[in-house]
Design a binder for this molecule. Structure first.
Ligand SMILES: N[C@@H](CCC(=O)N[C@@H](CS)C(=O)NCC(=O)O)C(=O)O
Length: 347
């Protein structure tokens, strides 16, 4: 009998409902060009987002900022040449993918994990990974827990419709330990469940937990365990079938990574406009042939960098050292610095 056998057994039904709901939503694929046509006719990109501080901050005047938000702004720059033709709306993780499928969003930048089920079974496409994350555990300090297996018998809160549901079940099956899941859809309730002692721990993407920890009544009473239970490559998600939109998303993200690889920043980008290097001339649109060939504004990369900076600047400004989340680049560094970020060539 473990320490956690006091647990209440108000078990929300396991992942079943969310999986069932999600697996019935495979709708006809989008047609190539459809998304951009819709965006242009409404004059706005509709983006689904979350609420993790640092990644998504609504802002007092309704003007969103944040790491994922900046990629929504970058898309607006690629399509419209300006960062503000974009509308950010939050809904619960469970509702987002169905809403994307139904055409309520053009893209999700809400920390969606790229998985094979979501690609093949549910019919979504994913752009480049924006953030390499892993599932974590946020626990009450007074439990004295240091590893996931120490949570044998614990009650653990998990958000419905997330990859976290299956991951946490897999983890306990694999380790031969037991736990009681409390599946919660609403983000506010999810955080409250830990505050109120309804659960012993929360499991989610670790960065999301780092953000949620700051929203607890007494953040210092909780610890994010160092262990990661899964790989959570968080990528832009779009409806399958619209290759043109996928490529716009791909190269918008790559522009921020390529800029960092070249050492081009918000502040120094203008000095590169006179570069003699033909690849830099093509990248920044000084030589317009590349942009013309791909049907985008030849200056789209320049405009993104000039407005938002490169990937590293976007990272540092929103979630890096000195910010609330204070994150290291880790895997989210350039391949040349020991990370996983790599841009295919702009040629
Ligand atoms: N990566 C997981 C979890 C997605 C998720 O829950 N993302 C976080 C943001 S990184 C979130 O939306 N949390 C709830 C919220 O912010 O409202 C998945 O794709 O299923």
């Amino acid at each position: 009998m473990s320490f956690f056998s006091h647990i209440n057994h108000r078990i929300a039904p396991l992942a079943g409902i969310a999986i069932l709901a999600a697996s019935t939503l495979l709708a006809p694929a989008a047609k190539a060009g459809e998304t951009l046509d819709k965006i242009k006719s409404r004059g706005l990109i509709k983006v689904g987002v979350g609420t993790t501080p640092g990644f998504f901050n609504p802002g007092s005047d309704g003007k969103w900022t944040g790491f994922f938000i900046d990629f929504g702004r970058a898309l607006s720059i690629t399509v419209f040449g300006t960062p503000d033709k974009v509308e950010f709306t939050n809904s619960s993780p469970q509702q987002r993918l169905p809403a994307l499928q139904a055409g309520e969003y053009d893209i999700l930048l809400s920390g969606v994990t790229q998985t094979v089920t979501r690609a093949f079974k549910l019919g979504f496409h994913f752009g480049p990974v924006l953030f390499y994350d892993g599932q974590g555990l946020l626990v009450r300090k007074d439990l004295g827990v240091t590893k996931g297996v120490d949570l044998d018998g614990a009650t653990i809160g998990v958000q419905s419709g997330t990859t976290g549901e299956l991951n946490i079940a897999d983890f306990f099956r694999k380790t031969g330990k037991s736990f009681t899941p409390v599946t919660i859809e609403d983000t506010g309730e999810f955080v409250k469940a830990l505050d109120s002692g309804r659960v012993d721990a929360l499991t989610q993407d670790s960065t999301d937990l780092a953000g949620k920890r700051t929203q607890l009544k007494k953040p210092d009473d909780y610890v994010l365990l160092p262990e990661r239970l899964s790989k959570e490559p968080l990528a832009p998600a779009i409806r399958g079938g619209d290759d043109q939109w996928l490529e716009i998303v791909n190269w918008t993200v790559y522009a921020t990574i390529q800029a960092e690889e070249l050492g081009i920043t918000k502040d120094n980008v203008d000095s590169f406009l006179t570069s003699k290097d033909p690849s830099i001339q093509r990248f920044l649109g000084v030589d317009p042939s590349l942009g013309e060939a791909i049907g985008l504004d030849p200056k789209f990369a320049y405009n993104i960098i000039k407005t938002l900076g490169n990937y590293g600047e976007i990272f540092e400004r929103n979630i890096g050292k000195g910010t609330t989340l204070n994150l290291d680049r880790g895997y989210n560094n350039l391949w040349t610095n020991g990370g996983l970020l790599y841009s295919p060539p702009f040629r």
